[in-house]
Ligand binder design. Structure first.
Ligand code: AMP
Length: 178
């Protein structure tokens, strides 16, 4: 099963992604995690990525596509995956016409997301308020059209992400097994 999770930062994508990975025995892959690892490298690419990530800007499509599509070619992803954070732009979605079974949009308001993020201890260097605001704003301008495109294709499953972790998970399972 190939699942894509979409939602703003703080929506619970990584929590739900890990639970889905356990349930369906498919690997969980986060594009943000890949980029954060690459940003630790003391190379020009690493330093460039670190600055981009800390600002909350998106990595350009060309780089993102090269990195994520290379990852997805690995043998462990051939029987399915839960993908968090990709595709995030229409260009990425168009280039990634892989056979996705379900696109799950975890819908959480900006207010709730900011509330959740501000209540947890920042574990990441890129979790500054300005970077988070920038990511949320880019989500609305750049990722909303991706959601609409999947909706038109009939692949979109929207769940209310403001419920408890267990209830959100139950909604996702119900949506993808329907
Ligand atoms: P995330 O953990 O998904 O919030 O991603 C953290 C950061 O990684 C983002 O703010 C972007 O800079 C970068 N990133 C992750 N996924 C993508 C993507 N699909 N397209 C562009 N940039 C991305």
């Amino acid at each position: 099963m190939k699942i894509v999770l979409i939602g703003i930062q703080g929506a619970g994508k990584s929590t739900q992604g890990s639970m889905l990975s356990d349930k369906y025995k498919i690997p969980y892959l986060s594009s943000g995690h890949i980029f954060r690892e690459m940003a630790k490298e003391k190379t020009r690419l690493g330093r460039w990525l670190k600055e981009l990530l800390n600002s909350g800007a998106l990595v350009p499509d060309e780089t993102t596509l090269e990195v994520v599509l290379t990852y997805l070619k690995k043998p462990e992803y051939q029987n399915g995956f839960v993908l968090d954070g990709f595709p995030r732009t229409v260009a990425q979605a168009e280039a990634f016409n892989g056979s996705i079974d379900h696109v799950v949009y975890i819908d959480v308001s900006d207010k709730e997301a900011l509330w959740r993020i501000s209540g947890r201890v920042a574990e990441r260097e890129d979790e500054t308020l300005s970077a988070i605001r920038q990511r949320i704003s880019l989500f609305h301008s750049v990722t909303t059209p991706v959601i609409e495109a999947y909706r038109k294709k009939g692949k979109l499953r929207t769940v209310d992400g403001e419920l408890s972790i267990e209830d959100v998970f139950a909604q996702i399972i119900a949506a993808i097994e329907a």
